[in-house]
Design a binder for this molecule. Structure first.
Ligand code: GTP
Ligand code: MG
Length: 179
């Protein structure tokens, strides 16, 4: 008898306001991109069906508001998270500097029992920008990955759909292992 239990992977996306969290999700789930910035308020999720190693899974991506930090989201929001995606903007030093605190706050709020093994993925978004606007190069990004415990790292463009499927495939695989 096959198991009918549906696998839902709960993924939380964190990072400073404007780094492109909503845009990454929209590009991955709906293949859409908007140039206009509309700040996320509160939290909401999008889902997508995926096949990982012949297994049907539903990935549930929770978008959060960079402006609100952790103030308004309750503990219940993070309960059962299977993976956390940390996003910064390669044109914004501040967003890079804040990644570590997003991770630390997540571990506290989500009450993660084994912080060393919990899957995090790092994304440096907006790589489509002109070279002279870029503030974080690959070497600096690698330093951050090492600091975060050698977590997987992807450089993406939500605008031009670069590396989006690749990044979320690794997110889903890591979440599935955590499940
Ligand atoms: P909050 O909801 O405030 O936390 O912001 P967010 O992280 O969801 O950022 P959002 O996706 O709303 O994107 C912010 C702005 O950056 C928008 O104007 C997007 O069009 C733009 N943007 C997002 N991704 C990219 C990208 O890959 N390249 C470029 N050039 N712009 C992007
Ligand atoms: Mg948003």
């Amino acid at each position: 008898m096959s198991s009918k239990k549906k696998t839902i992977l709960k993924v939380i996306i964190l990072g400073d306001s404007g780094v492109g969290k909503t845009s990454l999700m929209q590009q991955f789930v709906n293949r859409k991109f908007s140039q206009q910035y509309k700040a996320t308020i509160g939290a909401d999720f999008l889902t997508k069906e995926l096949v990982i190693d012949n297994k049907n899974v539903t990935i549930q991506l929770w978008d959060t508001a960079g402006q609100e930090r952790f103030q308004s989201l309750g503990v219940a929001f993070y309960r059962g998270a299977d993976c956390c995606v940390l996003v910064y903007d390669v044109t914004n030093n501040k967003s890079y500097d804040n990644v570590v605190s997003w991770k630390d706050e997540f571990l506290v709020q989500a009450n993660i029992k084994n912080p060393e093994t919990f899957p995090f993925i790092l994304i440096g978004n907006k790589i489509d920008v002109e070279e002279n606007k870029r503030q974080i190069n690959n070497k600096k990004a690698q330093q951050l990955c090492a600091q975060l415990g050698n977590i997987p790292y992807f450089e993406t463009s939500a605008k031009e759909a670069v590396n989006i499927d690749q990044a979320f495939d690794v997110v889903a695989r890591n979440a599935l292992q955590q499940e």
